[in-house]
Design a protein around this ligand. Structure first.
Ligand code: F0G
Length: 356
């Protein structure tokens, strides 16, 4: 079998690259599609739910799929620096791929509102970090304006190569299931990823690789849900900091694909997002970050209500690794999961017996 060297080499026939394109890769893509065993039983419904564990990409999120393309094309065009605004994951991916390419990454992040793992990554990979007194939307606006005034390439999802790379997740799912799912559920911030998935499914459908298309379902955090409000949200707030976004960049594309695919948008309260994150970890052994759990939490609710009917095949994208945000995880579980005891045999035995 051929050595796996990342998604550009794997899918080069479907991507805007040539033989001479200098591929910048960290072996991203090819992530596991895990069939849930315990949660469907708990729901009492006959549904097949798979999670696409994008947290196993090289920097721990789906952003690596987009970043390998964006940085490859930036280097091909002769760029020496990239820039992005980010809630955390894009900054980690940009920093890593820039390091790999030997160019500079500038990242704008909202002060105090980024998960610790992501901040550690951007620092370690050597990005120039600008912490702004403002949110993601303010950072995004600044990045768009400065790109005209400084020699930097934007690698946010407004860069079309990002979505090209990210569409490959849909290719992998179709190949693994030998069909498209009936429903594909994702957390939505800027709506770049849901757009990219729809592009991927549509391309494979046109090419005859699959003969149906999924309904695309996007879930937002209730405090940051512009798709539910019908317009931008001025002060987005949510524990799922990755999707703390009030002014989505792929607004029109997302509405178009919602109609075309006959899917829908919905919202979840922070508590429901965290409960889904915990349930997935406790019942299936899969740890994702809070934002990612919005896909599963929403899907579970829609399966229960019958909006997603029995007999369906459902894929939920787990966009980021749970290790990205240790603080939120520990805060939720500390009391339920930890006892402090003396370092004595009797105390350990008592602790075991008390739990059985
Ligand atoms: N899940 C995670 C873990 C994310 O980091 C993001 C976006 C999304 C979902 C939403 O994806 O924006 O394509 O709809 N994170 C960006 C960032 C904004 O800066 O890391 P989307």
């Amino acid at each position: 079998r051929e050595r796996y060297t990342g998604l550009i080499n794997r899918y080069r026939d479907h991507l805007p690259v040539s033989e001479n394109t200098p591929v910048i890769s960290l072996g991203e893509g090819n992530t596991p599609l895990i069939r849930l065993q315990n949660i469907p039983r708990l729901l009492g419904k006959d549904v097949d739910i798979y999670v696409k564990y994008e947290g196993l990409n090289p920097t721990g999120s789906f952003k690596d799929r987009g970043m390998t393309m964006a940085v490859t094309k930036a280097v091909e065009a002769g760029s020496n620096a990239i820039i992005c605004a980010s809630t955390g994951n894009t900054s980690a991916a940009a920093a890593a791929y820039a390091a790999r390419a030997g160019i500079t990454a500038f990242v704008l992040i909202p002060e105090g509102k980024i998960a610790m793992g992501k901040l550690a990554q951007a620092m370690m990979y050597g990005a120039v970090i600008m912490q702004i007194r403002g949110n993601f939307d303010a950072g995004m606006q600044l990045v768009k304006e400065v790109a005209d005034k400084a020699p930097v390439t934007i690698v946010n999802s407004v860069n079309p190569f990002r979505l090209q790379g990210q569409k490959t997740a849909a290719f992998e799912i179709v190949e693994e299931l030998n069909r498209a799912p009936d429903f594909h559920c994702l957390p939505v911030g800027n709506a770049g990823n849901i757009t990219a998935h729809w592009m991927g499914y549509s391309e494979y459908h046109r090419a005859g690789v699959c003969n149906s298309l999924p309904k695309m379902v996007g879930y937002q955090a209730a405090g940051s849900a512009p798709f539910l409000r019908g317009g931008p949200v001025a002060d987005p707030e949510t524990v799922a900091t990755a999707i703390r976004i009030g002014n989505p960049q792929s607004w029109d594309k997302a509405w178009a694909l919602q109609k075309e695919s006959q899917g829908w948008f919905d919202e979840l309260q922070d508590n429901d997002i965290l409960a889904a994150q915990r349930l997935l970890a406790e019942k299936e052994g899969v740890f994702c970050e809070p934002a990612s759990a919005a896909s599963l939490g929403g899907a579970m609710r829609d399966v229960r209500s019958g909006k997603i009917p029995e007999g369906s095949t459902v894929v939920c994208t787990l966009t980021g690794n749970g290790l990205k945000d240790p603080d939120t995880a520990i805060e939720q579980c500390r009391e339920a999961r930890m006892v402090t005891i003396d370092a004595e045999l009797g105390a350990v035995r008592d602790a075991i017996l008390s739990q059985m």
